[in-house]
Ligand binder design. Sequence first.
Ligand code: COA
Ligand code: MG
Length: 299
Amino acid sequence: MNRMKTPRARRAILYVPGNETRKIEKAVTLGADSVCLDLEDGVAPNRKAEARETIARALRTLAFGASEKLSRINGVGTGFELDDLEALVPARPDGIVVPKVNDAEELRWVSARVREIESRAQIAPGSIALLGMIESARGLVNAVAIANADARVEALIFGAEDYAADVGATRTREGLEVLYARSAVVAACAAADIQAIDLLYLDFRDADGLRAETRRGAQLGYVGTQVIHPNQVPLVQEIFTPDDAAIAAAQRIVDAAAEYLAQGRGAFALDHKMVDMPIIKAAERVLARARAAGKIAME
Ligand code: COA
Ligand code: MG
């Protein structure tokens, strides 16, 4: 039967301010699925130029191991974005994070600029991915179009603090004020068959709080989250990795489904519970996550 495609795991995207060499050197040693060298809100306006150079050098010279090389540019319309792209793209990041995306046109504009610079730098066209951040009311209402904006778009990332500020919500521990948006981003991503990356937990000394918040995101359908501190990386990566029992249960469902579907049966019983397409799809998703996390062999 058809297997779900296996995108690369992005269970933790670790941000590092783009002008802090010491942290950048540390970030690439931590086993994070993705390391994101930041040019946006983690860097003061008078340090942007220096950060561009530091990031380009890091992308060219540091060994990232298995970590994805991401960098976050400044938003489209800030006046920084073109210089950011000119500095980054020739240094061949795996992907570019675009913050505060308000509509699909912004990502298409970034994609076209990346294409031009790729071609000048003789980089294979389309090899650099885009991850768009939804963190405004306009971004949220346009999320479906943004998720489908361009073939490069592999994920949307939910930015809860900026979103709350934009709509006038007050952030609380319970997070009900961002639940609608948090869920809407997951739905937009699922509709476009791309990844959904969850909000950032700011209190980096609070492991229990991070665990609870990350589990909630995983329950909503997120496959990864944003982190800002080394301690957060292993904790969230574990939560987004299916455990052995979940993998075994999913494998049983998928194996049984293959047999029953071959016999022309769409619904069947397994352990006294009905299994049909949505259950099979959920099991396929568990296996896809386990494969992406390297817990079971790739196809
Ligand atoms: N990436 C890599 N290393 C990091 C790191 C990060 N994001 N955050 C902290 N570290 C390092 C520190 O440099 C320190 O290393 P050292 O022991 O070799 O000196 C070690 O981890 C412990 O750091 P700690 O003292 O606990 O944290 P801090 O008080 O120095 O820093 C923050 C706290 C929040 C300022 C820091 O974690 C940070 O800069 N995070 C990223 C912020 C960011 O990028 N924001 C924008 C995107 S949302
Ligand atoms: Mg933000």
